[in-house]
Design a protein. Structure first.
Length: 218
């Protein structure tokens, strides 16, 4: 029988042929030569603290605090947004002073935030802008559920629709509003969808079934 011949081993790029029989490495040697396993990663560093409110110090704040005293409960700047937290009893007079004397002639928005766990769960927010000052200020106050606040439609006519939206979404009433009714939802809608304890899907299903006689697509 003819002996099987093995093909020649090509030379390495450097011109030398590899050894016919590579050296045998014992398990002990292999383990000692193996790359070391990196240690466990260190625990991630704690997240940096977020921005915190800072006192808002300005001639406007000094003037208002001098006039209204403790009625100005806070004057704070947060992320370059200046706001005043005021006693609800100050609202009509303070907002008029801001428009007439301090030239905040544009009512950008009126909105609210619902905090169900608080004693006064509805925080009202008026966002005002002064073209003359190129300055924006927020006025905040907290009221009880079911309480009302004064309408400012006589100061800024654009507040008409803004107040209707807050009434529709949060249920806050505005004394003196000329036509306070829902603006986004039908008159027969129950509740106020932007409250945090409100089930929008449940009410949507109920309204669609009663008024349209079909199942909601939500």
């Amino acid at each position: 029988m003819q002996e099987e011949t093995k093909p020649p081993v090509p030379p390495s790029p450097g011109g030398t042929s590899p050894p016919a029989n590579p050296p045998v490495v014992s398990p002990e040697t292999a383990s000692s030569q193996a790359p070391s396993v990196p240690p466990h990663r260190a625990a991630a560093p704690p997240k940096p603290a977020g921005p915190v409110p800072e006192p808002w110090i300005s001639p406007l704040v000094a003037k208002l605090q001098g006039h209204y005293g403790s009625g100005i409960r806070e004057a704070v700047s947060y992320l370059k947004q200046n706001y005043l937290v005021v006693d609800p009893s100050l609202l009509p007079q303070l907002l008029q002073v801001l428009r007439d004397e301090e030239e905040f002639d544009y009512c950008v928005d009126i909105t609210a935030v619902h905090y169900p766990e608080r004693e006064n769960p509805l925080e009202m927010v008026w966002i005002l802008y002064s073209f003359a000052r190129n300055q924006r200020v927020r006025v905040k106050t907290a009221v009880k559920d079911g309480a009302s606040v004064p309408s400012v439609t006589s100061l800024w006519p654009t507040a008409n629709w803004l107040e209707r939206e807050v009434f529709d979404m949060f249920g806050v009433r505005f004394d003196g509003h000329p036509d306070l009714k829902r603006i986004l939802l039908p008159d027969g809608w129950k509740g106020h969808p932007l409250r945090k304890d409100y089930s929008i899907l449940q009410q949507d299903n109920e309204w669609v079934q009663i008024n349209l006689g079909i199942e909601s697509g939500q």
